[in-house]
Design a protein around this ligand. Structure first.
Ligand code: ADP
Ligand code: MG
Length: 729
């Protein structure tokens, strides 16, 4: 059999772009056509059912059984017209992926026939036998039943002729087994807390909801090359590979023109996305070669999280038609920028306002500052939870590697807002402010103009940056669900807003004027949260030192970061907000640890296998060639010339042997350590042991293998090289 690498390279370079022709008409003509959106509901639902569903979406009202039956039969009618034959409850188990189990619409009837049928009960609730999903011990076999329940706030959609109904996934005991349940609860917690705070400024705000706009980074690689790299196929990243002579040094890929094959792929998945109602807007090349980004217009957070889960799936599916594979891993290639998923987050109101947009009246201005400062305070107080929300084995390889934000959580707000906060802080006495909020008079606080949008966002190194009218949480991993990051952010801000309200009310009860009370508390917060603010280069080593002086946590690895989840005060926070019970939190913590351990275990295995089955045999083959060659030289050359001229070959033969010996020894030791680690029962200890005793071998083994890659004849090397993976499309 020939060298699989050459075959893959030949396949990859011979491919032509797959021409994609968009559906006729404008994007707006087919946008959302595969979702049961308002237009479809209007067409298919009775007036009564339509109103009920809309108030369920907008106000969270319950849908009764009769209405559910109507919705189900309309959904079925709509979906079958669109060619759907099956339906599924679509949910987000704690694997971080999405899950579905398809059922046909049909039920058998007399005479060997069947009819399409779909009941309200099937829409509202299902009991998938999904007992193999991680539950962190919540689902013991005696209570193994898990239920999915309809989430009417995210519209049903059709994919591959299947009607997908977004659902939550809970255990028989009602405990959450998914990422959606706590997200929905966190959205409701922040709604209540933020509405209460809004009422200091105006009564017309009756609903507040978080908004999310994600930016999804990813790599593309030709599928033939991908499958010729077992490490990529099994772990999502390359565990070996010498850097290409040229990669991203020239920044010539960033925002460059998009290659035709890639462009066709993008066009294709954007069409699919638009049909599914995902408002994709932006596409561009990223910094690393073959790295790209797509981003939608922001939406209500729950819907946006669903859309991100969906887009990751759609991209991978569509890529197959183009013989491309999407790499969502945080760090597919060493020494080349990794991928993240910026989560742009803000708070919107039923009155159509964004609470993080600087206002043009003093009251709105103060409301803006109130929310801004409370977010600062929330992140200051719970930086550990924010850090834990994005922890994963993949993200450990990216955070703090001078290409992505460090593991130290800080907030950037820009020089203009910093000056505003400094000025508020330095004002002598807030009781000098004698004006009344509702009258909209001068509040003696600096005016924050709307042009702020252009004045901020100059700092791309901050993990959490205010960018004019939203916060951009940049430390989220590219393969992660946004759900966790968003639930935690909503939760810590909700908690903070509740504290704020308590403090302000106390001052009001003590006969302080409302606006004075608000400003007094804000002033205190500005002082208290100062340490979390950082305007400089977060990638620098100086910042790590400075952060340490400030006492900010620098939780570099996943096990360290996850430990914050189960601190008693953090468990309590989620309990108080009724987002997660203590048992649910602990279960999640254990699942995350298990996931971390398993990822490392798989990587370690792949590394050992490849080292022994691919690398060492190849190196020996080449070494044999050199040995044959030196033997031949000895035959044909006189002794003096031989000694002089064979020196290089003999040196290389020795070097190869040394690298092989090192690889062999390190792999054996790694396997030994892995075995020891696997015998440990406690997940925490096991994770720590993997991190401290197994992972250090990765670098060591890789070092010698990457050296061999440079020594061994290119003709013999079987694994596609970085220059091929990164540059061939
Ligand atoms: P970049 O960070 O690359 O400069 P943009 O500033 O254009 O990108 O926007 C990034 C994302 O922020 C987009 O998805 C956009 O929809 C989203 N966004 C804008 N306003 C808000 C908001 N109020 N809430 C949440 N996301 C928002
Ligand atoms: Mg961004």
């Amino acid at each position: 059999m020939g060298n699989i690498r050459f075959k893959a390279v030949a396949d990859a370079i011979s491919r032509k772009p797959v021409e994609v022709s968009p559906p006729s008409g404008k994007i707006s003509d087919y946008f959302g056509e595969l979702t049961f959106n308002e237009a479809a509901m209007r067409e298919y639902l009775t007036e009564e059912a339509f109103k009920k569903v809309v108030s369920a979406i907008r106000l969270g009202e319950k849908i009764d059984r009769k209405v559910a039956d109507q919705v189900a039969s309309s959904l079925k009618a709509w979906a079958t017209v669109k060619g759907a034959t099956h339906y599924t409850h679509w949910f987000h188990p704690l694997t971080g992926a999405t899950a579905e189990k398809h059922d046909a619409f049909i039920i058998p009837t007399d005479g060997g026939k069947a009819i399409e049928n779909f009941h309200g009960s099937e829409l509202i609730q299902q009991e998938p036998d999904a007992s193999s999903f991680p539950s962190g011990g919540i689902r013991n076999t005696f209570e193994a039943r898990g239920y999915t329940a309809w989430d009417p706030t995210s519209p049903a959609f059709i994919m591959d002729n299947t009607l997908c109904i977004p659902t939550i996934f809970v255990s028989y005991t009602g405990e959450a087994l998914d990422y959606k349940t706590p997200l929905l609860k966190s959205i409701s917690a922040i709604d209540k807390a933020a509405v209460d705070v809004c009422h200091y400024f105006s009564r017309d705000v009756t609903k507040v909801f978080p908004t999310l706009g994600w930016e999804q980074e990813y790599f593309l690689v030709d599928s033939a090359l991908y499958f010729a790299r077992p490490d990529l196929a099994l772990t999502g990243r390359t565990v070996f590979g010498h850097a290409s002579a040229k990669d991203q040094q020239l920044s010539d890929h960033y925002f460059g023109s998009i290659a035709e094959r890639v462009k066709q792929f993008m066009k294709d998945f954007e069409i699919e996305a638009h049909k599914l109602g995902i408002p994709l807007k932006t596409r561009h090349n990223e910094v690393a070669p073959n790295q790209f980004e797509c981003a939608p217009v922001y939406e209500e957070a729950n819907l946006s999280v669903d859309h991100n889960q969906l887009i990751m799936h759609v991209m991978q599916k569509v890529a197959r038609n183009h013989d491309l594979t999407v790499l969502l891993h945080e760090k597919p290639y060493a020494k080349v920028n990794g991928s993240g998923k910026h989560n742009n987050w803000s708070l919107a109101t039923n009155t159509g306002e964004n609470l993080l947009t600087p206002g043009n009246t003093p009251a709105k201005n103060l409301r803006f500052l109130t929310f801004l400062v409370n977010v600062l305070m929330a992140v200051h107080r719970h930086a550990d939870l924010v850090r834990a929300s994005i922890a994963s084995a993949g993200n450990d390889l990216r955070l703090g590697a001078h290409e992505a934000p460090p593991a130290i959580i800080s907030v950037f707000i820009g020089s203009y807002l910093s000056a505003v906060l400094d000025e508020i802080e330095s004002q002598k006495s807030s009781s000098r402010i004698k004006t009344n909020l509702t009258e909209g008079l001068n509040l003696n606080i600096p005016k924050v103009p709307e042009i702020l949008l252009d004045n901020t966002d100059r700092n791309r190194t901050s993990p959490f940056a205010f960018t004019g009218n939203k916060f951009e949480f940049r430390a989220v991993g590219s393969s992660d669900t946004c759900s966790n990051a968003m639930s935690v952010l909503n939760a810590v801000v909700a908690d903070q807003l509740m504290r704020f309200k308590t403090e302000v009310n106390k001052l009001i009860d003590g006969k302080k004027k409302k606006n004075v009370a608000v400003i007094t508390v804000l002033k205190k917060y500005i002082k208290e949260s100062k340490n979390i603010r950082f305007e400089g280069n977060s990638y620098s080593d100086e910042w790590a030192e400075e952060a340490q002086k400030r006492g900010l946590p620098n939780l570099r690895t996943t096990p360290e970061a996850l430990a914050s989840m189960i601190k008693p005060e953090n468990i309590k926070l989620f309990e108080n907000l009724q987002i997660l019970t203590g048992r649910e939190t602990v279960a999640r913590y254990e699942i995350k640890l298990e996931n971390y351990i398993k990822k490392l275990q798989i990587e370690a295995r792949v590394m050992g296998d490849l080292a022994k089955n691919h690398i060492i045999p190849t190196a020996i083959r080449y070494q044999n060639l050199l040995v044959e060659n030196t033997k031949g030289l000895k035959e044909v050359l006189d002794n003096k010339s031989y000694v002089k001229l064979s020196r290089n070959q003999i040196q290389t033969i020795k070097e190869i042997s040394e690298h092989i010996a090192e690889i062999k020894e390190n792999v054996d030791n790694m396997i030994e350590e892995r075995k020891k680690a696997n015998r440990i029962d406690s997940a925490v200890e096991k994770a720590e042991t993997y991190k401290n005793n197994v992972v250090p071998f990765f670098e060591e083994i890789r070092y010698h293998i990457d050296k061999l890659e440079l020594l061994v004849d290119d003709e013999l090397w079987t694994l596609p090289k970085y220059r091929e993976l990164l540059f061939i499309r």
